[in-house]
Design a protein around this ligand. Structure first.
Ligand code: GLN
Length: 290
């Protein structure tokens, strides 16, 4: 790894110059942390001791190119640096898949609580994208069989690369296809299925922020007319796909809790419940097969 040394004072001046170009300070400091290895603690010690030299993992010139390209057309920094931290892992990301969101991290916590007593089981991550859920489950449930599904071959390749670099020996099968469709062979055998499907109603897509709308894959965001096309398919599939007592945990849009949980009950799922995100919004639906 190449380290570029610079005095703290010169670095702070340069940071000020970059921030005057525009953009948000929190985003710039995220870039310093993820691309150059200058975390918040390091930044604080530079501010306190500007005469000390600091080392960067990439040059200020390279950082400047990334920052300008982010300011020019609002390309997400995660795509520009091809990295995104998520829970305790760092994933490679690209415009082939949605940038893993913080709120999706909770899906793993709910899941691990539900299956705490099962030593060997089978999980699936439907619509894996860059693979955050799949990699985390493989890490936390090392004795289980895992399946990661996506309809985009590019996303699936990205997820495979992430698993291989983080957990080279993990037992995960990758399948290309539409939600449950490529998992027919294991129908009735899943103890845990997680998904963060596209759930934004089609007519709201236009109103999304340019940083999302112009750069992230539509297929990972657009949930059809009412935003629940994929969610309904996933819930219906769970009726035959899950093992008896198996769990389905889904992320959904801010106003879909009532509709999703009612649908789960209507088709005969048991133990239907919801969970809230950090903003107090009902964001996750949970059910099990009776
Ligand atoms: N939470 C994402 C957003 O607001 C949407 C992700 C999804 O549709 N699954 O951009």
């Amino acid at each position: 790894m190449i380290f570029k040394a610079i005095t703290g004072g010169a670095f702070l001046q340069w940071r000020k110059k970059m921030l005057l170009k525009g953009g948000r300070k929190v985003d710039f400091d995220w870039l310093l942390d993820i691309a150059a290895g200058v975390c918040w603690g390091k930044l604080q010690s530079i501010i306190l001791n500007p005469e000390n030299f600091i080392s960067l993992e990439i040059s200020t010139e390279e950082l400047e190119v990334i920052w300008e390209s982010h300011l020019k057309d609002q390309t997400p920094l995660q795509y520009l640096v091809s990295k995104c931290p998520w829970r305790d892992i760092e994933l490679e990301v690209s415009a082939d898949a949605l940038i893993p969101r913080q709120e999706t991290e909770f899906l793993i916590d709910f899941a691990l609580k539900k299956v705490a007593n099962i030593d060997f089981g089978r999980w699936a991550d439907l619509g894996t994208g860059s693979g955050p859920i799949a990699v985390s489950l493989a890490k936390s449930l090392p004795n289980w069989n895992g399946h990661a599904v996506d309809i985009s071959n590019e996303a699936l390749e990205l997820a495979k690369r992430n698993l291989k670099s983080i957990l080279p020996n993990a037992n995960v099968k990758f399948s290309l296809g539409d939600w449950w469709e490529p998992l027919k062979r294991w129908r009735g055998n899943f103890d845990l299925v997680l998904s963060n499907p596209p759930y934004i109603p089609s007519d709201l897509i236009e109103a999304l922020e340019p940083i999302v709308k112009n750069h992230e894959p539509l297929i990972a965001l657009d949930g059809g007319e009412d935003g629940m096309h994929a969610s309904r398919k996933i819930i219906l599939g769970a009726l035959n796909g899950l093992a008896k007592g198996g769990w389905l945990i889904l992320e959904h849009h801010y106003d879909q809790s009532e509709k999703i949980t009612s649908f789960m009950k209507e088709i005969g799922m048991g133990e239907v419940s919801f969970e809230k995100d950090l903003s107090g919004i009902k964001r996750y639906a949970i059910c099990s097969k009776k």
